[in-house]
Design a protein around this ligand. Structure first.
Ligand code: PLP
Length: 415
């Protein structure tokens, strides 16, 4: 894709866009929530649909001229239903956070009670953190992972639910490397007559490909992002049974959003079509295999993984046992200098701050899109380890950077 036309109008933005393309081409994107979409998805996202108001839903719009908007949204919905098998799917949420907002607004009253995983244990801001609207409008208590095992403490969650009697239990996480037992959480929700929202933002693609067990048909509501383990461009989705369809749709529009971003809905439609191809299942499985290979090699180097490994697309390294004087931010910064982009992350039982935590989170969706396999990911683990050992050694960082350059040349991304 060329930015020549942008350049004619706005060289400063063209410089930034080209800079970002070069950055993505020349670095290893290992932020677990990021991926690289196809040129087809990007083309759809930059289409004339950005001009179109289409408030409402296919066939029931508040504006004229919506025939093509209807076509695109219906395609996105139909493909999403094929991917995830839900009765009803709303593809309009602008993001995963907006999807969660849609569920809360759809079925909760202000002051109702949310029970969700603590942010420092892998939860998400939109699950009721005080800095997010959900923490301001609803009452929130949080459950935790077992700090010994790193797994969700399902028993503790169940007991907590019986004491707290929440209106909704939120499952699905941001920094949790293990498969989630949605059925077990549903048991707790049933025991206290609470709704269950399964937020599969991170594993949307793994669930679509059948690589992870699906909460669809188990939880009352399933929300997701469309740009993490599935490559359909930035956005969110909500899935539910038909009985909740009207409440959810009304909570998205007009409850919390205006006109849908139809160009992004077009991107979702294209990305969902790509995910229905047989190759996507192989991609999702490879993403997991790569994360397992990455994690195993980091362990061989003596690093400590939360939960001792991974079932999904990410690993969470607790630096404290092996490198007590090194923080996640030290490692994040040095790795970025070497061209490996991941993020510092809190770990269960965090003893530092959320801003300068004790862990790093590394994901494989982006590397897998580039074509990396297990051997490549083992080598990436070696490179990460070299930097963890010597984050302030410029020679080590430069050497790792040279190998990253070779790897990115070997696996090109965007033209
Ligand atoms: C579990 C979870 N839910 C929701 C979100 C929010 O997604 P978005 O950034 O699209 O709003 C994230 C983002 O990483 C997440 O990890």
């Amino acid at each position: 894709m060329s930015y020549d036309t942008v350049r004619e109008t706005d060289p400063a933005v063209a410089d930034a866009l080209e800079g970002e393309r070069a950055r993505q081409n020349d670095t290893l994107a290992m932020i677990a929530s990021e991926n690289h979409v196809s040129e087809a998805v990007m083309e759809a996202q930059s289409s004339e649909l950005t001009n179109k108001y289409a408030e409402g839903y296919p066939g029931e719009r508040y504006y004229g001229g919506c025939e093509y908007a209807d076509d695109v949204e219906q395609l996105a919905i139909d493909r999403a239903k094929e991917l995830w098998g839900a009765d009803h799917i709303n593809v309009q949420p602008h993001s995963g956070s907006q999807a969660n907002m849609g569920v809360y607004l759809g079925v909760l009253e202000p002051g109702d009670k949310i029970l969700s995983l603590d942010l420092t244990h892998g939860g998400h801001l939109s699950h009721g953190h005080p800095a997010n609207f959900a923490g301001q409008v609803y009452e929130v208590e949080q459950y935790e992972v077992d700090e010994e095992t790193g797994y969700v403490d399902y028993e503790g969650l169940h007991e907590h639910a019986e004491e707290y009697e929440p209106d909704i239990i939120v499952s699905g996480y941001s920094a949790y490397p293990r498969e989630v037992d949605f059925a077990r959480i549903q048991e707790a929700a049933d025991a206290v007559d609470a709704y269950h929202l399964a937020d599969i933002a991170h594993i949307t693609g793994l669930v679509a490909a059948g690589v992870h067990e699906s909460p669809v048909g188990v939880a009352d509501f399933v929300t997701g992002s469309t740009h993490k383990t599935i490559r359909a461009g930035r956005g969110g989705i909500i899935m539910c049974d038909d009985e909740y369809a009207d409440d959810i749709d009304a909570a998205v529009f007009p409850g919390s959003q205006g006109g849908p971003l139809m160009h992004n809905v077009a991107g979702k439609a294209v990305g969902f079509k790509e995910a229905l191809e047989p190759e996507f299942e192989a991609y999702a499985q490879q993403t997991v295999d790569n994360a397992v290979a990455l994690g195993d090699r980091l362990k061989e180097h003596g690093l400590d993984l939360v939960s001792d490994g991974t079932d999904n697309h990410l690993v969470l390294v607790d630096l404290r046992p092996s490198h007590p004087d090194t923080t996640g931010k030290d490692v994040e910064a040095a790795l970025e200098d070497a061209g490996i982009v991941l993020n510092a992350n809190t770990v269960p039982g965090e003893t530092r701050s959320a801003f300068n935590p004790s862990g790093i989170r590394a994901g494989t969706p982006g590397l897998t899109t580039r074509g990396f396999d297990e051997d490549d990911c083992r080598e990436v683990a070696d490179l990460i380890y070299d930097v963890v050992e010597a984050p302030h050694d410029d020679d080590v960082v430069a050497e790792v950077g040279e190998r990253v350059d070779e790897l990115t040349d070997e696996y090109p991304l965007y033209e």
